[in-house]
Design a protein around this ligand. Structure first.
Ligand code: SF4
Length: 191
């Protein structure tokens, strides 16, 4: 199959998925957005209310804040893709259960395979615990780099946390500057 067909098939698979109970309460499947040949894949935990209503990840206030961080390190739209571990919203924005994460993570793995990024940035504690390590401590370990296979992986605070606690925005800016440095390093090693 062509790349475009693979993407369409994967998106349809997510729309049709009944692997956990969340398909029963979702309004829309929230598949992902951004460049399909991105260098950086940003991964949150699950869609929130606005995302569920619109079918687009990070489209509310959290997304606007995230866009400001992208702009602050001059990251171009063709350089990133944004998605979540879960494609359906947990009711009342509760944390996704380990079973729901396990049921859905295969979709993200397929997205990862198609995009083939160099960097993965976990947005928040839950994504970091699933992708980096189960005992990940976001307050202590955000901004640190981990190498898994060919991927450089780091975590930053989830933008919804930054909306609740603006005092964390400065350290998040420092984390984004580290992401910018890594991007520059990788661009230079490619040239
Ligand atoms: S959250 Fe994921 S695993 Fe659960 S129904 Fe939706 S697409 Fe399927």
């Amino acid at each position: 199959m062509e790349n475009k067909e693979l993407w369409e098939a994967l998106e349809q698979k997510c729309k049709d998925c009944t692997a956990c109970e969340l398909y029963k309460t979702k309004t829309n499947t929230v598949f992902g957005k951004g460049s399909k040949s991105a260098t950086v894949l940003f991964v949150g935990e699950a869609p929130g209310e606005q995302e569920d209503l619109q079918g687009i990840p990070f489209c509310g206030a959290s997304g606007q804040l995230l866009d400001k961080y992208f702009a602050s390190i001059d990251m171009k739209p063709e350089e990133y893709y944004v998605g979540n571990i879960l494609k359906c919203r947990p009711p009342y924005n509760r944390d996704p259960s380990p079973e729901e994460q396990e049921a859905c993570i295969g979709h993200l793995r397929e997205q990862l395979k198609l995009i083939n990024p160099k960097i993965i940035v976990c947005l928040g504690r839950i994504a970091a615990m699933k992708i980096i390590k189960p005992d990940f401590r976001i307050t202590r370990e955000h901004g640190q780099w981990f190498k898994k296979g060919r991927f450089y992986i780091t975590a930053v605070y989830h933008p919804s946390m930054l909306l609740r606690d603006p005092a964390k925005r400065e350290e998040t800016m420092r984390d984004f500057l580290e992401i910018e440095k890594k991007l520059i390093e990788l661009r230079e090693s490619d040239s």
